[in-house]
Design a binder for this molecule. Sequence first.
Ligand code: KIV
Ligand code: ZN
Length: 518
Amino acid sequence: MNNEKVIIFDTTLRDGEQTAGAGLTADEKLRIARHLETIKVDVIEAGFAASSPGDFKSIQQIVSEIRGPVICSLSRAVASDIDAAGEALKGAERPRIHTFLSSSDIHMMHQMRKDREAIMSMAVDAVRRAKGYVEDVEFSPMDATRTDPEYLYAVLRAVIDAGATTVNIPDTVGYSNPKEFAELIRGVFENVDNIHKAVVSVHCHDDLGLAVANSLAAVEAGARQVEGCINGLGERAGNAAIEEVIMALITRPDHYGVTTGVDPEGLGPVSRLVAGIFGFPVQYNKAIVGRNAFRHSSGIHQDAFIKERTTFEIMAPDSVGWRGEALVLGKLSGRAGLRSRLADLGYHLTDEELVTTFTAFKDLADQKKEVTDHDLEALMSEQHRFADIERAYRVDNVQVTAGDVEVPSATITLTAPDGHQRSNTSLGTGPVDAVCKAIDGMVDEEIELTEFAVNSVTEGIDALGEVTIRVRGRDGHIYAGRGSSTDIVVASAKAYVNAINRVLAMAGDVGPAPGQRV
Ligand code: KIV
Ligand code: ZN
């Protein structure tokens, strides 16, 4: 066993944000970055500086606050992108520029419309320019798994000579399989004579459901950086679920013979934070972070499990931060208890934040006897939702009548960004439709509701319901809004208003705008 460390490179804030239907505010990105810092990932790809002013600012914000992990910005292999990345990363404790360029014939011919020679010199120029800003430069030959291996080796050799300190082999379209991908990585080690001067990284997409398997096969073949996203988010079918890669390496040191510096106890909380912020719930049977991942249903399994946990559990649930639905706080809990429980979950509150959070906690504890970790996480999301977008619309009151006799109606009271309260009543085909129509009547914004989903945070009749609403804004983009409450109609009103606030923020009508997607 060699016990070398595998560098964990999290790209939730960059490739993850390319998930269709995603779009985060700078504050939301910062909150995720804080959790990634807490769990000690090695590299945070904070965004793509040149893609939008929002992304640029968000990277700067992360640079100014996060200490520990390397902070990285993506850039195409063009001067203006590299300059934007270099500028955004100014002042970072450990900055990295990650520059990429397609290397497969299919991409060069149809996307880049350039020949191999031109691509090679662009790659070298890009790395040299990035070196003018930072010492730590990563280069990715995009679509590497469909690239002629001899050309791939030549590109890698050239960019390492130009100063690349990490060479990343992306399976951009999720085309490879573990055997073939491991062979490619071995080929890189055998055929690139200066490869010892760089870290070999992998970045796998999940189009065939093989992203984690391919990443692990690459580690077996010698790769020492793995890129991925929390909950497997990312372009199309997503990236390797980084929590699965981490736990495979931690659970099977006998097999992989490597270590990671990540604290796995934070994986559960960070997964739920990311699911809540992105508005993409985690599937129940998802490895490591799904709510069924540590539940035993069969009587035979339960019997053996009670006798000896390891009969049917290869990881302890609490080792990945699964405290499940254990009762943690209630009506009689005080501020100190709340603050310390939230700190365990990765939320460090100022005195001022504690005052408002404690009030919201008491309201929740009045409605729910048992306030679990999951409830607290939902409550924190709810608190941040309105703090993130200043001068937004706020829901003050929701009154609905519904049923199968009368036409459903809703009366909503909002505080508008100008500070004035407005009320409106509307009928609808159901209570949620009535709520949305009543809100539409007070907000002068054309939007189209495209998705409505309800998810319960915990179990039981008094569970907190979390509603995700996606709307199409006037610019044609999709915006997600979220809201939670023990009453799902109230949660729907909050989610709808949250989505509207995001549309308005993007248009510059209220508060700071969310970062635009690449
Ligand atoms: O999938 C991919 O090839 C990428 C690159 C930018 C690394 O995301
Ligand atoms: Zn990717």
